[in-house]
Structure formats: structure tokens, C-alpha cells
Design a binder for this molecule. Structure first.
Ligand SMILES: Cc1cc2nc3c(=O)[nH]c(=O)nc-3n(C[C@H](O)[C@H](O)[C@H](O)COP(=O)(O)OP(=O)(O)OC[C@H]3O[C@@H](n4cnc5c(N)ncnc54)[C@H](O)[C@@H]3O)c2cc1C
Length: 316
């Protein structure tokens, strides 16, 4: 995952298809590790109601009062004076709710786990002991735009409904067959509860390194492109019964060839800022599982930091 390149979307589509194929008929694969213990390897998953269910469950667990939505972090100040201590961080935010601005400005924090993309972190203002901390050593990240088109067609209108979990269309094949889309997941085959019984639901990706401009095309154009490609691939006839378009301006970070320099810059930022930890897909890989592991690792580091400072304070 770390050798990021322009075909990054392929990993997402292929990953979803391959993991589903691997799981076929056996959603939880069991394998034996070197110690002979049986280990469950869940290769593909979602939730009833989609991935948002995970976020909603976390939100409920943390509690409504402890989550601030629609709130942009503008600046972070660390009152560091050389002596390890807790409660050194304060954060200023731009919130749609004016009450939250006051709340944040009156509060101090022991540690910060940052998961915003690096391009956003570069725009935040940091101070340490009152002096500005310039983070211009953070690389200017490039992000790949992507449009996601969710369409549904009546089963009767799909003349060649392929059995499987999706198609990936390499650039050469796009050129050869006049196709414009990157690939399509057969969503209702993976998750049958996502569409009425008489319909197929498809998720089609548009954009990528060769078609950057297409990613930003209006819904009406993308609807035509997707319908035309699905006609060639699956023999769909007529128009979709349902269309949902989601545009991701910064869908995937592209680390270029020098990924280690990105990691070094993140490490330098964390070293410069006591009690500051960075996690997310700009650091540890794109897949949802990698991002969760990244956040968990940062939380462990933050806990160790807090424990060491608590011990230090108790011994003085
Ligand atoms: C279209 C698409 C399909 C994908 N499909 C799959 C898939 O099938 N399987 C898979 O494993 N992965 C998939 N991925 C990848 C995966 O979803 C992402 O890599 C992962 O969700 C990124 O999580 P993150 O928390 O690192 O970053 P993000 O989810 O980008 O979160 C960063 C957050 O920081 C917030 N933020 C930015 N600036 C500020 C600020 N100043 N103040 C406060 N908040 C700020 C943003 O609003 C955002 O909510 C897909 C991604 C895309 C775009």
C-alpha cells in the first residue's frame, strides 16, 4: 500500500472484488497460524445501513457531547516550556455552532491525535511556547479526484447480468473499447439487501490518473457515460431507475515515489510537538482496516505519553 501510484483506485476496486471472491461461500475464512492456532480471517465486510453504521456506533459510544460536527480546526497552541506537563494544548475552531467556539477556547487538552489530511494540516496554524511552528517541511500532497456513480436498473433491463462482484477496466481496455469508467462493483450481488428484488444496484468509479477531468463532470454527463459503459458491459437498456452521484475532490492521497520522505516529515512534526500524534490514510495506507489500525496505534502512543507524564508529575 505504501508504494502509492496513479492507479491507486485499482487497489480499491480489485481489493473489494478479490476479497469478496476469496470469501465466496465462506465469509469468515479460518486459517492456522505458525503456532497451529485457528485464526479467523474476515476478508470482506460491511454493515446493515453501510459503513456509516460504524461511525454512528463510535459516535454513540463516545457520547454526543464529546463529538463536535461541522467544526474546523484552525489553530493549535502548545504552551510548552521545557517541563513535561499535561493540559498544554488549546485548540481554536470555526464552528457552525457559536457555543462550540467558546467551549473550545476555554478548554485545554493533554494530547492531540490529528487525522486530517496533511494538506489540511499545512493550513492550520501551530504555536509552541507562543512561537509559531512552521510546518512547511510537510510535503505538498497530491490527491486523486474521483466520482462515484451509484445506479440501479430493473433486472429485466439488464440483458447480460454478469455473475460476480464487479469489473475492473484497465486503461488499455478503456481505449480499445471506448469505455470511460474505471470499474464497477456489482453492489447488489455483494450486498443483496441494498436493492429491491427486481433491481440490480451498481457502483461505478469515474476518474483516475488518465481521466482526472472526467471525475469532476456534472451528474448528467456521468449518468450518460455510466449508462453507456454498462450497456457495453452488461447490456443494460434504457435509463437507470435510481442515480446517486458522490464527488470526491481529494479521494486518495498520492505519495509519489518518495513515500519515506512523507513518513519522515510526519515523524519530525510529532517530534517538534509534544503530545501530538498523527494517524490516518496519509500515513498508514488507504484501506479502512489500515486506517483503523493507524488510529489505534496513535491512541496507544497517546496513552503511553499520558501515563509517562502522570508518573512524572506524581514523582514531583
Ligand atoms: C470513493 C472511495 C471509495 C473507497 N472504497 C474503499 C473500499 O472499498 N475499501 C477500503 O478499505 N477503503 C476504501 N476507500 C478508502 C478509505 O475509505 C479511506 O482511505 C479512509 O476512509 C480514510 O480515512 P481517514 O480517517 O484517514 O481520512 P478521512 O476519512 O479523509 O478523514 C479525514 C477527516 O479530516 C477532516 N478534516 C480535514 N481538515 C480538518 C480541519 N481543519 N478540522 C477538522 N477536521 C478536518 C475531514 O473533514 C475528514 O472528515 C475508499 C475511498 C474513497 C474516496
Amino acid at each position: 500500500m505504501h508504494s502509492q501510484h496513479c492507479g491507486i483506485w485499482k487497489e480499491i476496486i480489485v481489493g473489494a472484488i478479490l476479497s469478496k471472491l476469496a470469501a465466496k461461500g465462506d465469509p469468515v475464512k479460518t486459517r492456522h497460524d505458525s503456532s497451529g492456532k485457528r485464526r479467523n480471517r474476515r476478508v470482506s465486510f460491511s454493515f446493515h445501513g453501510g459503513m456509516q453504521s460504524l461511525i454512528n456506533a463510535l459516535h454513540n459510544e463516545v457520547g454526543d457531547d464529546n463529538v463536535k460536527l461541522g467544526t474546523e480546526v484552525l489553530s493549535l497552541a502548545c504552551t510548552f516550556d521545557g517541563v513535561p506537563a499535561l493540559g498544554r494544548w488549546s485548540i481554536s475552531v470555526d464552528s457552525k455552532d457559536s457555543g462550540d467556539k467558546d467551549l473550545a477556547s476555554n478548554q485545554t487538552f493533554d494530547a492531540v491525535i490529528m487525522t486530517a489530511p496533511l494538506s489540511n494540516v499545512r493550513r492550520m496554524k501551530f504555536t509552541k511556547g507562543g512561537a509559531p511552528v512552521v510546518l512547511d517541511f510537510l510535503p505538498k500532497m497530491d490527491y486523486l479526484p474521483l466520482s462515484l456513480m451509484v445506479t440501479a436498473f430493473k433486472k429485466d433491463d439488464v440483458k447480460k447480468p454478469l455473475e460476480g462482484f464487479g469489473v475492473l477496466i484497465p486503461y488499455k481496455e478503456q481505449q480499445k473499447h471506448g469505455l470511460k469508467t474505471l470499474g464497477t462493483l456489482f453492489s447488489s450481488m455483494m450486498f443483496p439487501d441494498r436493492a429491491p428484488d427486481d433491481q440490480y444496484l451498481y457502483t461505478t468509479f469515474v476518474g483516475g490518473s488518465h481521466n482526472r477531468d472526467l471525475a469532476g463532470a456534472p451528474t448528467s454527463i456521468l449518468k450518460q457515460l455510466v449508462t453507456s459503459d454498462l450497456k457495453k458491459l452488461l447490456g443494460v437498456e434504457g435509463q437507470p431507475t435510481f442515480v446517486k452521484h458522490v464527488y470526491w475532490g481529494n479521494a486518495f492521497p498520492l505519495y509519489g515515489h518518495d513515500y519515506s520522505s512523507v513518513l519522515e516529515a510526519i515523524e519530525k512534526m510529532e517530534k517538534n510537538l509534544p503530545g501530538f500524534f498523527y494517524a490516518g490514510n496519509n500515513k498508514d495506507g488507504l484501506a479502512v482496516g489500515s486506517v483503523i489500525a493507524s488510529g489505534s496505534k496513535a491512541a496507544d502512543l497517546a496513552i503511553s505519553y499520558l501515563e509517562s507524564h502522570t508518573k512524572h508529575n506524581n514523582s514531583h
